[in-house]
Design a protein around this ligand. Sequence first.
Ligand SMILES: Cc1cc2nc3c(=O)[nH]c(=O)nc-3n(C[C@H](O)[C@H](O)[C@H](O)COP(=O)(O)OP(=O)(O)OC[C@H]3O[C@@H](n4cnc5c(N)ncnc54)[C@H](O)[C@@H]3O)c2cc1C
Length: 441
Amino acid sequence: MEESQDCDVLVIGGGPAGSTMSTLLARKGRRVVMLEKDHHPRFHIGESLLPGNVELFEKLGVREEVDRIGMPKHGIEFVSPDLDYRSYVDFSEGWDPEKGSAWQVRRSDLDEVLFRHAAREGAVTLEGARVRQVDFDDGGATVQATLDDGSRRSWRARFVVDASGRDTVLANKFKSKQKNPDHNSTALFGHFRGAERLEGRREGNVSIFWFQHGWFWFIPLSDGTTSIGAVCWSYYLKARDKPLKDYFFDTIALCPQLQARLAGAELVDDAVHATGNFSYASTHATGDRYLMVGDAYTFVDPMFSTGVFLAMQNAFDGAELVQTALERPAALPAARKALEARMRNVPRDYTWFIYRVTNPTIRDMFMHPNNVFKAKQGLVSLLGADLDPSAPYRLSLFGFKVLYYFVSIMNWRRTLAGWKRRRFNIRDMGPLQGETVLKAD
Ligand SMILES: Cc1cc2nc3c(=O)[nH]c(=O)nc-3n(C[C@H](O)[C@H](O)[C@H](O)COP(=O)(O)OP(=O)(O)OC[C@H]3O[C@@H](n4cnc5c(N)ncnc54)[C@H](O)[C@@H]3O)c2cc1C
């Protein structure tokens, strides 16, 4: 092993969280090293972005580049199995009509843009470098990585940022990763050529189709392909009794409205992927010499396409914490406490909806959006990740919840049945494990 090299901050992982963090810290003059086990461009799921991302891209200075690779997305289509009409929300119906659009992207393209940008901004970036070990001591940390050719290298860093996504390098080290007891879903997904899209301005919108075992996403990409995924309860994927591709097509057949949109379409590269056990959180995100951001800290569910936004927002907030740790250690305890609270509270706005979204009351409210108490406006802002802390926004979300509880009580039998079904659906179907990506067999 070579002698170790020094840096201020070592970032593990070159996804959206790691690249954002590296750019921001390098801009502040920090010596940043970012290690990525893969090589960009590499496949990743998570293709639908939110209006809240736009401002973050703008601040990073990559908005034009993202615009070039992205498919414009202005809103969401909701399709319910028992209704013959569709509901549409447009992001411009939220509190800030200016935050009216985002993009659908191939993550291989987006993540490469962000990673190369971090290098241009001054971070030292290395691909094909898998972090194997992190040892903390009074002066910082020693980080060891294995390179593609099997050789090993090590770095001395004053601070370590874990942005390793679902590999959760530090949460594994500290055994602080916990399965989410309130959620448990899995996903099957693939890309199709020739899917029937919405027309005109809605062409790039994401569509959500509910079905009996969960829901589907329909994400149109700029190269003409469409990403299709089924997010289903764990029991459903566990019950698979045939090759993955056949099971995926059988699953699509359970949703006739989606099947009709794929009637003339073909699966790209014959590839179907499956992934499970993705709902977890670390008990904490910060330490005196480290920080976990993005999926390395927590992930709940892809329902509202919040993953990339939250990962990047964590990096923006976290970069301030890293600066505090390096410059003003006396202020670190207070900064850690504030960041821990923020990183727990923002996802909570979403989890309230995620935990209820397959319940008939919420489904009705999405299918018949009503603006009593400005509830729709609040919901649309949340869906667009325009997380304005102002009172009118918070009140409109509160209004949505009041309506929800009112309708739930009025239909208490249905509510009780939905609650029981959900408890059954989220039951533990096996040990927590990392991502399983299976090729169509
Ligand atoms: C089924 C599904 C659908 C989703 N759909 C969406 C969506 O539509 N929109 C959305 O915004 N989000 C979506 N997400 C979530 C989104 O994919 C993630 O939240 C997002 O990628 C998190 O970014 P990140 O930078 O934290 O982690 P990642 O993007 O996972 O990046 C982590 C990086 O770290 C690298 N790495 C890991 N371990 C090591 C190591 N030991 N050493 C060096 N490098 C390492 C990895 O190779 C990777 O490049 C979805 C998630 C799932 C499971």
